[in-house]
Structures are given as structure tokens and as C-alpha cells.
Design a protein around this ligand. Structure first.
Ligand SMILES: Nc1ncnc2c1ncn2[C@@H]1O[C@H](COP(=O)(O)OP(=O)(O)O)[C@@H](O)[C@H]1O
Ligand SMILES: [Mg+2]
Length: 265
């Protein structure tokens, strides 16, 4: 959390959005999966997205870094803005998406580490290949990041020798190695037993304390409530409600939010 005390302005007050999505629409096979979603996230915020399965959470997250191309709407991340004004996805759009993605770290439920590379190589790879960082500098940086996520001692092991919690922490370190402005997580702990999930969540809390901007799709209602600056409730391809966690959990304004929370708690 960004540590605003009682009476001080909430995070949205500070006009420094790192992520600004406006009226994002996405249709799959004639189905309106995203019906015009707008969300701004301020530097240092941790925003959780909750909602029933199939409501469009993953699609929205993927639209933020153009792993899915929205049909309309715009996304700004850091200094890159992409507005979908024509149905065509051009070479210039793809170049812009490439620049935008450089500001984004993404973490998936299934870790997605390269299985034939050590943990250390997984973390070093993109800085060396994409940013042309010198290998010895990239290695030192990767080791520092692995230390931060509690994996320094097993840096030379291969992913399949690690627990799920360790693999996910390695995936976080790999994303951090590119120095993103925002981290996106799609159900990062859904594949993990509770104690391993906790290792991952504590890394995310530590990043929050350092001021990292994070957007987390999660089924972990306790984490969303305890760690988030704001919680977004999505249903049917829309943001139904967005509020600080205590307000959203204790006094949700919409009947759909109430029903969902009752079913989850
Ligand atoms: N690549 C795709 N092609 C067709 N339909 C998709 C695709 N991705 C997602 N959908 C559909 O979009 C809806 C929202 O999916 P998703 O964003 O994965 O929801 P959530 O993450 O909230 O469970 C679902 O009905 C899903 O079947
Ligand atoms: Mg999903």
C-alpha cells in the first residue's frame, strides 16, 4: 500500500498514472468480452482485480500489454499511448506495442520459465538479448534480484527442480530484471499450495513497500483485501465497482459485488 494515512488524499489524488486504460472493448467470436473498461493506476498502487471466472479479467490484463489487441479504446503505460482508432493493426501499432511492453512485467499462473535454462539464465536472458546489457552486469543484477525473492542459493538450478512457489518467485525476478514500470499478475498463486502462495504474496508485498506499481488478478480474497490500495470487481466484461478494499468488502454498493463476495468468503 502506498501508506496514505487517515485524512491524507487517496492514491487517485496524485496525478501520476502509470497505467491508463480507456474504454477498452474486446469481442471474441461475437461475444462482448470487454464492454468498455476504463482504469487508471497510480505509481506505487497495488490494485487487485476480482470477479467470477469468465468475466474478462485475464483478457483485460492481456489487453493492457497488447497480448490481446483491444478492438477499441486506448492504453497508456509510462510514456507510450496506443489508441485503437481503426480496425487495422499496423506495423506502427506493433512497434508501439513493443515499446509499451518494455514498461510491463507480466507473471502468469503457470510460471512459464524456460525449462532448459537455469534460474539465473532465465533472469539474465532478456536484459542481455533485448537490452544488450553486458553479461557480467546482467548476472550481478539477476543475482541481486534472486536474492530479493529469496532464491540466491538456488540460482544455478533448473526450474523443474524447484517448488511451484520458487518457480513463481523466479518468474517475478525475471520480470523485474527488465525494470518495468508496472507488474501485471494473472492469478499468480492459483496453482500453489497455501504456504507456497504465501511466499509469492510476501514478495509482492515487499515490492509494494518499495513503490512498485502492481495490478493483480486474483481469487485470493484475503490478499486482495489486506494488500490492495484499491480493489476492482469485474462482472460480465465490465467494471462493476472499484473502491478501497475495506469499503468494497464491508459495504459494496452493487448487488453483484455483494453476491460475488458472499460466494467467495
Ligand atoms: N482467445 C480467446 N478466444 C475466444 N474466446 C476467448 C478467448 N480468450 C477468452 N475468451 C472468452 O472470453 C471470456 C473471458 O475470458 P477471460 O478473460 O479468460 O476471463 P477470466 O480471466 O475472468 O476468467 C470467456 O468467455 C472466454 O471463454
Ligand atoms: Mg483468467
Amino acid at each position: 500500500m502506498s501508506g496514505a494515512g487517515p485524512g491524507s488524499p487517496g492514491p487517485a489524488f496524485f496525478a501520476d498514472p502509470v497505467v491508463r486504460a480507456e474504454r477498452i472493448r474486446k469481442v471474441f467470436d461475437g461475444q462482448d468480452v470487454l464492454r468498455g473498461i476504463s482504469l487508471s493506476v497510480t505509481r506505487g498502487e497495488l490494485v487487485s482485480i476480482i470477479g467470477p471466472s469468465g468475466c474478462g479479467k485475464s483478457t483485460f490484463l492481456r489487453c493492457l500489454n497488447f497480448l490481446e489487441i483491444p478492438d477499441s479504446g486506448s492504453v497508456s503505460i509510462a510514456d507510450v499511448t496506443i489508441a485503437r482508432t481503426s480496425p487495422r493493426w499496423t506495423r506502427a501499432d506493433e512497434d508501439a506495442a513493443h515499446r509499451l511492453r518494455a514498461h510491463v512485467g507480466m507473471v502468469f499462473q503457470s510460471f512459464n520459465l524456460f525449462p532448459h535454462r537455469t534460474v539465473l539464465d532465465n533472469v539474465m536472458l532478456a536484459p542481455v538479448r533485448v537490452k544488450h546489457v553486458k553479461p557480467d552486469i546482467a548476472r550481478a543484477d539477476a543475482l541481486a534480484l534472486l536474492d530479493k525473492v529469496g532464491l540466491a542459493a538456488i540460482a544455478t538450478r533448473y526450474p523443474d527442480t524447484l517448488s511451484g512457489g520458487q518457480q513463481q518467485r523466479a518468474a517475478i525476478a525475471r520480470a523485474l530484471a527488465m525494470r518495468p514500470d508496472v507488474m501485471l499478475y494473472d492469478e499468480p498463486t492459483s496453482a500453489l499450495d497455501p504456504e507456497l502462495a504465501e511466499e509469492v504474496l510476501s514478495v509482492m508485498r515487499a515490492l509494494d513497500a518499495e513503490g512498485m506499481t502492481q495490478i493483480v488478478v486474483t481469487h485470493d480474497m484475503r490478499f486482495a483485501r489486506a494488500a490492495s490500495d484499491r480493489v476492482v470487481f469485474m462482472d460480465g466484461g465490465e467494471i462493476v465497482e472499484i473502491d478501497d478494499p475495506d469499503t468494497l468488502y464491508v459495504a459494496p454498493k452493487d448487488a453483484r459485488t455483494r453476491r460475488f463476495l458472499r460466494s467467495m468468503l
